[in-house]
Design a protein around this ligand. Structure first.
Ligand code: ATP
Ligand code: MG
Length: 254
């Protein structure tokens, strides 16, 4: 059975897309058939796997609008076992359109993915930086959530808000939803604050925190400019190694 995993955090710039792209690519390298689903009008996951955002014939927006089925919009990437359901700025109106749905507006994504779910081992969804209708839809369709976060002062506050939202979605819409893991991104052990936030996370969410953290690294920030996951940019980089190891952990959890 395919597993849908949302990469979500309402805070912007915490490493959702970097983690979704690189974990999806790492799962592919580990031999799992993987679909990366871009659910952000910024389209960063799309360009991150080498697909040009402009002039796409079909995107996830067309799927959500019911103008095509998911299968028709999916593109192969040049990376091992990795396909992508692309997005671009045309998705910007979708929050509003979803609100207009008369029947189960939170289940549009779940229905759209139902027929392709079992064609993949993992479906990795890169959510936008908000808890709006797109993210709610993704959580309603998901088996798990990965929460990428930076070790910053406000991060813990944001995390408890996100946990409450996930709990509500679980209670009202999707009983099978669980937090797969909290992933520390852009880690640098030089800062005292980083250490403090990490130990707070361990104290409150010990079972949920991935053993592996992702270090801040130049190769990781360079790779999207080349339209590829970090492993294909520099397979000996620390980022490639760490994301492979998180993917391995994830596959043992879900
Ligand atoms: N481990 C890392 N080391 C260095 N740079 C990183 C790392 N992770 C992410 N970045 C950079 O930080 C920025 C934000 O990362 P990313 O786009 O993945 O965050 P996001 O949560 O998806 O953002 P948004 O909320 O806008 O969707 C990007 O420029 C990315 O290249
Ligand atoms: Mg993003």
């Amino acid at each position: 059975m395919g597993k849908i995993i949302s990469f979500a955090n309402q805070k912007g710039g915490v490493g959702k897309t970097t983690s979704a792209v690189n974990i999806a690519a790492s799962l592919g390298i580990l031999g799992y058939k993987t679909l990366l689903i871009d659910l952000d009008p910024q389209g960063n996951a799309t360009s991150g796997v080498g697909v040009a955002k402009r002039n796409l014939k079909l995107t996830i927006k067309d799927v959500l609008a019911g103008d095509c089925v998911a299968k028709e919009a999916i593109l192969e990437t040049k990376f091992q076992n990795l396909s992508v359901l692309p997005a671009n700025i045309t998705l910007a109106g979708a929050e509003f359109d979803l609100f207009q749905e008369e029947e189960a507006p939170h289940e549009v994504i779940k229905k759209a993915f139902a027929e392709i779910k079992d064609e993949y081992d993992y479906l990795i969804v890169d959510c936008p930086p908000s808890l709006g209708m797109l993210t709610l839809n993704s959580l309603s369709a998901s088996d798990g959530v990965v929460i990428p976060m930076q070790c910053e002062f406000y991060a813990l506050e944001g995390l408890s808000q996100l946990m409450i939202t996930i709990g509500k979605v679980k209670n009202h819409y999707n009983n099978s939803l669980n937090v797969t893991g909290i992933l520390i991104t852009m880690y640098t052990n030089r800062l005292l604050l980083t250490q403090q936030v990490k130990s707070e996370l361990k104290k409150h969410y010990s079972g949920k925190l991935f053993d592996t953290h992702i270090s801040r690294g130049v190769k990781l920030s360079e790779a999207p400019g080349f339209g590829c996951p970090v492993y294909y940019h520099d397979k000996r980089s620390k980022g490639a190694d760490e994301y492979l190891s998180v993917a391995h952990e994830l596959a043992t959890r879900i």
